[in-house]
Every structure is written in structure tokens, then in C-alpha cells.
Design a protein around this ligand. Structure first.
Ligand code: KG4
Ligand code: ZN
Length: 338
């Protein structure tokens, strides 16, 4: 018998994602984004994101079905991000998923956005080793997770106590006059810079600090102060060196804590996810430190690291395979889902 086909919806932030997955096979990953509409605000505006999801939803579903070469009646189950994320944005996806599940008479699975970021790796590298440590770093979250069983149990080990890693990239880019979202242009600028040019602070790395929590707001402020001082002195700002030194500070803290979480918990598999996992320096340093510690590192390709519908379908596929009970038909959106 063929494995079930799962339709997944992702609308927690500014990406309207509709993915279709069969087992661990990706059949379609259609995406619409309102990122350009948020650019002049320097961050995602919830009301704009919600409206954009509404407009993009049905065309994106049709595109996904066409890309997969199937019709809606071939869908066996529907999955949707029910949180965490922006409430209004989440509600659009939840409403759409419920409508398809009801109309097609198929089970509906509300899933956690963070667990979906972990699940997406299975589409590229097959079944996740369990337990694994997962590090999710994006514009909305920065978390270290212990994953004993992706379908049943995901534990939070730590998270950011202020800004998310991606938020720091976005804010530092703004200070440097680079476009939003700031991750890709900082990544590019850093290639020409010296990562040891400026010693920026590594947050929460003191001996008495929590081992798995992150803090990026002090780093962001330190970069802004450094750039302001430069501007006041009338000297040009060495954008590439600032970008490289900032990026190094982020990659250093993230990889050190992820490897430590693996060591402390006796886990030898690490998986990265979230938009910041697309960062070239983070990927290289994670590879280097994992290899040195005997850890097997798994990183999805950049396209699957950022928000998309395939990750939700991937987790839905896992839940169906594990025989997990579907969500109730009154499934809601929970912006602060733990
Ligand atoms: O996972 P994602 O698409 O959406 C959220 O759930 O937030 O992550 C978006 C974040 C943005 O802050 C963006 O600047 C960052 O990921 N990002 C990067 C890179 N590409 C995207 N950060 C660093 N380096 C990159 N290459
Ligand atoms: Zn995300």
C-alpha cells in the first residue's frame, strides 16, 4: 500500500506555505511571501501578514496540487501550524486547513511550528535519529530542543531570553544600512570581512549563566554603539568587518551551546533548523565543532530551513505514521504554544 499523502499549511509569520508530502517524499512546496510589504517597516507587521495570507491561500493550494500532479481528493490527511506565531496569521492557515479537512472528510492535525522545523529534515536525510538535539534559530525563535520522539515528545532545553537570532541579524542589518531581512545580506557582506576585527560580546556564556539559554539583545546594542561611535568620529564604517564579527559572535555562541547540549545529554545527533540555519558561517562552524565532538550533524538545505508548508506536511506525515490521534475539529490558533 502507498504511504498516505499529507497536505500541510504554514502561516505563522509572513510566508504562506502549502506543502505536500508522501512518507518522507516531498511532492510539492508552494510558497508565497509578503516579505516585501514589510521591508519599509523593518519587521513583520501582523495585520499586513494576515491579509496577505488570505489573498495568497487558495492560489497557493492550487499551485501545490498542480506541482504534485494530484487532485485534492488524493489527500489523505491535513496538517497545519497551530502555533506559536502571530495569532491573526495563524488563524488564516488554521481556517484553511479546517475547510479542506472538512470538505475532503480527512483527519486534521494541528502541529507545533518548532517541531515542524525539525521534521523537515526527514524529507532530505530520512528518519531522524532519536534522541536528537535540535537547534532552531529564526526571526521568531531561538531554541535548543531535546527530541526523544518527534511524534510524541519534544522537550525545550533553552531559548532566547530577549531577541531571536534572526531578529539580531535583521536589526544589525538595519544599523549597517543593509536590506530586510538582514540575514542574507550580512552573510554576503561578511565574506569580505574579518571575523576577528571586532570583539563583540557573547551573551550568557559566563560560568553562572544558564547553559542553554541565549541572549542577543546585548550583542545587537554593542554593534549599534560601535557603529554610532564610528560615525561620530567621521571615519567610514567597515561594513564587512562589522558583519563578519557580529556573525562570528552569533555562530560561536549557538554552536558552543548546541554541542554542549549534546554532550550533557549523551546525544550524538544534532539537527539545525530555522532561517538562520541558512547562514554559511553557522553551518561551517557547526560542522567543524560537531565533527570534533563526534556528533553527526544534519542541516536541511537553506530553502527548507526557512518557513514553508513542506515542514508542516513532514511533521503531519510523521504523526499519521505514528498513529497519533488527530486534532479536534474546533482546533484553534495558539500564538504562544509552548
Ligand atoms: O525561519 P524563518 O524563515 O522565519 C521565522 O520563523 O522567523 O527565519 C527568518 C529569519 C530572518 O530573521 C532572516 O534574517 C534570517 O532568518 N536568515 C538568515 C539567513 N537567511 C535568513 N540569518 C542569517 N544568515 C542567513 N543566511
Ligand atoms: Zn520558523
Amino acid at each position: 500500500k502507498q504511504e498516505p499523502i499529507v497536505l500541510g499549511f504554514e502561516t505563522s509569520c509572513d510566508e504562506t506555505g502549502v506543502g505536500i508530502v508522501q512518507g518522507h517524499t516531498l511532492l510539492a512546496d508552494a510558497l508565497a511571501t509578503s516579505v516585501a510589504e514589510h521591508e519599509r517597516f523593518g519587521g513583520v507587521v501582523p495585520e499586513i501578514a494576515s491579509r496577505a495570507h488570505l489573498e495568497a491561500m487558495v492560489p497557493t493550494v492550487h499551485r501545490a496540487l498542480a506541482d504534485a500532479g494530484i487532485s485534492a481528493s488524493d489527500i489523505d490527511a491535513v496538517a497545519v501550524t497551530s502555533g506559536p506565531g502571530l495569532t491573526g496569521a495563524l488563524l488564516v492557515g488554521v481556517a484553511a486547513a479546517k475547510a479542506y479537512a472538512l470538505a475532503l472528510d480527512r483527519p486534521l492535525y494541528g502541529v507545533n511550528h518548532l517541531a515542524a522545523h525539525v521534521a523537515v529534515d526527514e524529507l532530505q536525510h530520512g528518519r531522524l535519529a532519536e534522541p536528537s538535539i535540535a537547534m532552531l534559530v529564526s526571526g521568531g525563535h531561538s531554541s535548543l530542543l531535546l527530541v526523544p520522539d518527534l511524534a510524541q515528545e519534544v522537550q525545550s532545553l533553552g531559548r532566547t531570553i530577549d531577541d531571536a537570532a534572526g531578529e539580531a541579524f535583521d536589526k544589525v542589518a538595519r544599523v549597517l544600512g543593509l536590506p530586510f531581512p538582514g540575514g542574507p545580506p550580512i552573510d554576503r557582506a561578511a565574506r569580505e570581512g574579518d571575523p576577528s576585527a571586532i570583539a563583540f560580546p557573547r551573551g550568557l556564556t559566563g560560568p553562572r549563566d544558564p547553559a542553554y539559554d541565549f541572549s542577543f539583545s546585548g550583542l545587537k546594542t554593542a554593534v549599534a554603539r560601535w557603529v554610532e561611535a564610528r560615525e561620530r568620529s567621521g571615519e567610514p564604517v567597515p561594513v564587512a568587518d562589522v558583519a563578519a564579527s557580529f556573525q562570528e559572535a552569533v555562530a560561536d555562541v549557538l554552536t558552543a551551546k548546541a554541542v554542549r547540549a549534546c554532550r550533557d545529554h549523551g546525544v550524538d545527533h544534532l539537527v539545525l533548523g530555522g532561517g538562520v540555519a541558512a547562514n554559511s558561517r553557522l553551518r561551517a562552524l557547526a560542522e567543524e565543532r560537531s565533527a570534533a565532538a563526534g556528533i553527526v550533524l544534519r542541516v536541511p538545505s537553506p530553502r527548507l530551513c526557512t518557513d514553508n508548508g513542506a515542514m508542516v506536511a513532514a511533521l503531519g506525515s510523521r504523526l499519521v505514521a505514528a498513529g497519533v490521534a488527530p486534532s479536534a475539529p474546533d482546533l484553534g490558533a495558539d500564538s504562544s504554544l509552548p
